[in-house]
Design a protein around this ligand. Structure first.
Ligand code: NDP
Ligand code: 2IT
Length: 449
């Protein structure tokens, strides 16, 4: 069988075993598409069924979460933790609270996380969890009761050397604080069982900034490879959450002009550019007041709000998708390219549909997939774990340097496995193979387990 036939047979089996889990199929296919040609001349990887084992999570746990709302009604949600693989370190990955969360979404995220964490160079396995709970419109007390109930169940499966969750969509410092408090209350222990914690109780400086900054560092490194830079470039960003705002901040620091930001209702386009002052307004609006991005146009009246649309219709040179999966389709990719877009770095996880990735590759534009581009967040989470174990806190300067170095190393690994010619690097292939190699080698060392 050729590599292509093996890939098709593998995907058929995966789909049969995981019916209807579209996002999970998509994420596995992306990796397998790069890995099968790479292992064509490596029979051990086939005999040992490494890809089959990687695509079967070590375990998926699901549990009921009961909580009472402010009116005294009993509410019931579902929670999950997907522990995909711990070959190179304890399970590590975020928690997502969003109505769209289901088993397929969390399996895709946990699978992706395994390769991302490998790329960081740190000893971290891959996991992900969350709930279909919708934090929008809930009071702080409701969120607290939900988080306490969620952690009561989750704590059976996690621990500082077992599985260390963190934030993701809908889970930020507030939720991490409530969950950490509940774990401490239940277990009487103070250890680093979550990352993204407040600075008062074991958090790390720059964890909040790390994902967004890293995504932009990656764009910078790809441009530098072509003797270019971000200076003066126009940038479209989707999202207005943790990743998006710090991606915007780093773009401004590197001299780029940010034109758009968005939320799940629509996007704002500011022709004059979103400068530092406007970005502070957005941070406060979205992350403190938890309001809609539309309100931006009330303060900055020259900006335009487009409801129910995504920002990719605005001409830009760089696109940074930073909200959610499958938020950029082939049609939008074509519009971006036709408008002169030269680079995409993915802050969100799997934001680009497969046929849109194909188009970016056909057009040979700079494209860095999420597992490499947004690995800065989990990398600093890994460093938060080290600080907690050693009971010390690192200084900001050391952490900033480390983040820069880690992102640069990831760029180099992806370039190493993805270089096709002097002028073209297939970063998609490079990221998948570089992430795979370390995990596969560890699994092979363990024998059949
Ligand atoms: P936040 O909850 O802070 O922000 C999410 C943003 O995306 C909000 O603006 C939200 O809008 C928007 N959004 C969420 N869901 C949708 C949707 N279905 N359609 C359109 N817009 C949506 O999350 P993060 O910034 O932490 O996460 C953003 C992305 O980055 C995710 O893909 C996450 O997995 C990924 N990521 C996050 C990391 C981290 O460290 N936080 C690390 C690596 C990746 P609204 O306000 O309307 O909900
Ligand atoms: O997708 C991700 O990498 C995250 N949400 C961060 C995970 C972490 O453990 O910091």
């Amino acid at each position: 069988m050729s590599a292509e036939e093996k890939l098709q047979a593998f995907m058929e089996g995966l789909k049969k075993r995981n019916p209807g889990q579209r996002e999970f199929h998509q994420a596995v296919y992306e990796v397998a598409k790069s890995v099968f040609p790479y292992i064509e001349d490596k029979p051990l990887h086939h005999e040992q069924r490494v890809m089959e084992r990687l695509a079967e999570p070590d375990r998926v746990v699901s549990f009921r979460i009961c909580w009472d709302d402010d009116k005294g009604n009993i509410r019931v949600n579902r929670g999950w933790r997907v522990q995909n693989n711990n070959a190179i370190g304890p399970y590590k990955g975020g928690l997502r609270f969003h109505t769209s969360v289901n088993e397929s979404v969390l399996k895709f995220l946990a699978f992706e996380q395994t390769f991302k964490n490998s790329l960081t160079g740190l000893p971290l396995g891959g996991g992900k969890g969350g709930s279909n709970f919708n934090p929008h419109g809930k009071s702080d007390n409701e969120v607290m009761r939900f988080c306490q109930s969620f952690m009561t169940e989750l704590s059976h499966y996690t621990g500082a050397n077992i599985d260390i969750p963190a934030g993701d969509i809908g889970v930020g410092p507030r939720e991490i604080g409530y969950m950490f408090g509940q774990y401490k209350r239940m277990t009487h222990e103070f250890t680093g069982i979550l990352t993204g914690k407040g600075m008062e109780f074991g958090g790390s400086l720059i964890r909040a900034e790390a994902t967004g900054y890293g995504t932009v560092y990656m764009m910078h490194d790809m441009l530098q490879e072509k003797n270019d830079s971000l200076e003066g470039k126009t940038v479209s960003i989707s999202g207005a959450g943790n990743v998006a705002v710090y991606a915007a901040e780093k773009c401004l620091q590197l001299g780029a002009k940010v034109l758009t930001m968005s939320d799940s209702n629509g996007f704002i386009y500011d022709e004059d550019g979103i400068d530092e002052e406007k970005l502070e307004y957005i941070k406060n609006l979205k992350m403190v007041k938890r309001k809609r991005i539309e309100e931006y146009t009330g303060k900055y009246t020259k900006a335009i709000y487009n409801s129910d649309k995504r920002p990719w219709i605005v001409p830009c040179q760089i696109a940074l998708p930073c909200s959610t999966q499958n938020e950029l389709n082939r049609e939008e990719a074509a519009v971006l390219v036709n408008n002169g877009c030269m680079g995409v770095s993915e802050g969100a996880n799997m934001p680009t549909e497969q046929n849109a990735i194909d188009l970016f590759q056909e057009q040979k534009i700079l494209y860095m997939p999420s597992k490499a581009a947004n690995a800065g967040g989990v990398a600093i989470s890994g460093i938060e774990m080290s600080q907690n174990s050693a009971r010390i806190s690192w200084k900001e300067e050391e952490l900033q340097d480390l983040l820069r170095t880690i992102m640069h190393d990831i760029h180099q690994k992806c370039a190493h496995y993805g270089r096709e010619s002097d002028t073209y690097i297939d970063y998609f292939k490079g990221a998948n193979i570089a992430g795979y190699v370390k995990v596969a080698d560890a699994m092979l060392a363990f024998g059949v387990v």
